[in-house]
Design a protein around this ligand. Structure first.
Ligand code: PLP
Length: 399
């Protein structure tokens, strides 16, 4: 028999599989609301003007491409820190935060997961139910047993907060709790600052390990507003992990720009943690790539480009919000009489529409509208050209 005779076919990634189906669909009106990508008013993936400008600046002083340090570009790591923790953060001043450049938010999560596995091999990991489809697989592939904490309350169209808190209250000390810092994927429902306070209290009382996944900073309420949860964790005095992704906020999906930050108890502890993170990176991919991180560093550290980025990010955020409001309006106009305010209450790129798998299948088959069978639709893929078609189809299905 051949070497690979016993290799099973791995299951298809459900969302990327949906993409392939979409590409093959001949329907001229088809709309892809499956994949989590921001497209502009014309349905195109944007190249941000600040990114283009940063690339021009970099192209004018071409540099040889040597290896980066294992933990990435130092100026990048610093820029990420002040974005995530605030420029005048006391934990930064105290040298208590370690930040390493990573291959997107996914890379940040994986470096953190591998480090945690070495630190506490028998720990469990809890992710939200539901969560980003890669969380479970990622932590399982790092060797963890992964469970859920309740998160979505379908009937209330919101967070099942009491149930969530109850589950955290029963978790064993050392359990890693993966939390969506903002713009929860897939539901769009976030915790309030008061609820975060309660989560922090339980995490602290039970000795749990918080791992905040921040993939959408700036897509909810604003850069500082979305980052406020980090300030709450800092204020609690807890040690914690934060993964950062710039895939969405810089529209740099293919450049794989992200980071992992770890808040430690002391500067001395941070140095030891950094040495271990470097070991994880070194044995996986040695060191990260240059281009995307250079672009982000240039934008974040050049005042004019930084201002331009904040404006462009605000434009993306506002366009998504206006699409939420428009979706509610059009659904009503097309005869949907139920309370739709949940759509504008949700934050970020996604909406859990509340549609059943059967209804999502009908949207696909009858209208060429591709959302995830869980009912998740990407609001950031709606625009003034396709929204009426989508709203009309959804209304027809909901009746
Ligand atoms: N975490 C969450 C919650 C996400 O939704 C995503 C991307 O969809 C990621 C992490 C991964 O981000 P990246 O593409 O930068 O690896």
């Amino acid at each position: 028999a051949s070497l690979f005779a016993s290799v099973d076919m791995a299951p298809r990634d459900p969302i990327l599989g949906l993409n392939e189906q979409f590409q093959a669909d001949p329907n001229p009106n088809k709309v892809n609301l499956g994949v989590g990508v921001y497209t502009d008013e014309n349905g195109k993936l944007p190249l941000l003007a600040c990114v283009k400008e940063a690339e021009n600046v970099l192209a004018e002083i071409p540099k040889p491409r040597g290896y980066l340090p294992i933990d990435g570009i130092a100026a990048y790591d610093k820029a990420v820190q002040s974005l995530v923790f605030g420029a005048d953060s006391e934990v930064l001043r105290a040298g208590r935060v370690v930040t390493v450049q990573a291959l997107g938010g996914t890379g940040g999560l994986k470096v953190g997961a591998d480090f945690l596995k070495r630190l506490n091999p028998s720990a469990r990991v809890l992710i939200s139910d539901p969560s980003w489809e890669n969380h479970r697989a990622l932590f399982e592939s790092a060797g963890f047993d992964v469970g859920n904490y309740p998160y979505y309350d379908a009937a209330a169209r919101g967070v099942a907060f009491e149930a969530m808190l109850g589950a955290l209250n029963q978790a064993q000390a050392g359990t890693v709790i993966v939390l969506h810092a903002c713009c929860h994927n897939p539901t769009g429902y976030d915790l309030t600052p008061a609820q975060w306070g309660q989560v922090i209290a339980v995490v602290q009382a039970r000795g749990l390990v918080p791992f905040l996944d921040m993939a959408y900073q700036g897509f909810g309420e604003g850069i500082a507003e979305d980052g406020a949860v980090i300030q709450q964790f800092v204020a609690s005095g807890l040690d914690f992990f934060v993964s950062t992704s710039f895939s969405k906020s810089f529209s740099l999906y293919g450049e794989r720009v992200g980071a992992l930050s770890v808040v430690c108890e002391s500067k001395e502890e941070a140095a030891r943690v950094l040495s271990q993170l470097k070991r994880v990176i070194r044995t996986n991919y040695s060191n990260p790539p240059t281009h995307g991180a250079q672009v982000v560093t240039t934008v974040l550290s050049t005042p004019a480009l930084r201002a331009q980025w904040e404006q462009e990010l605000a434009n993306m955020r506002e366009r998504i919000r206006s699409m939420r409001a428009a979706l509610v309006d059009r659904l009503k106009a097309h005869g949907v009489a139920t309370d739709l305010r949940f759509i504008t209450r949700q934050k970020g790129m996604f909406s859990y529409s509340g549609l059943t798998p059967q209804q999502m299948e009908r949207l696909r088959a009858e209208y060429g509208i591709y959302g995830v069978s869980t009912g998740r639709i990407c609001v950031a893929a709606l625009n003034t050209h396709n929204i009426d078609y989508v709203a009309k189809a959804m209304a027809a299905i909901m009746r």
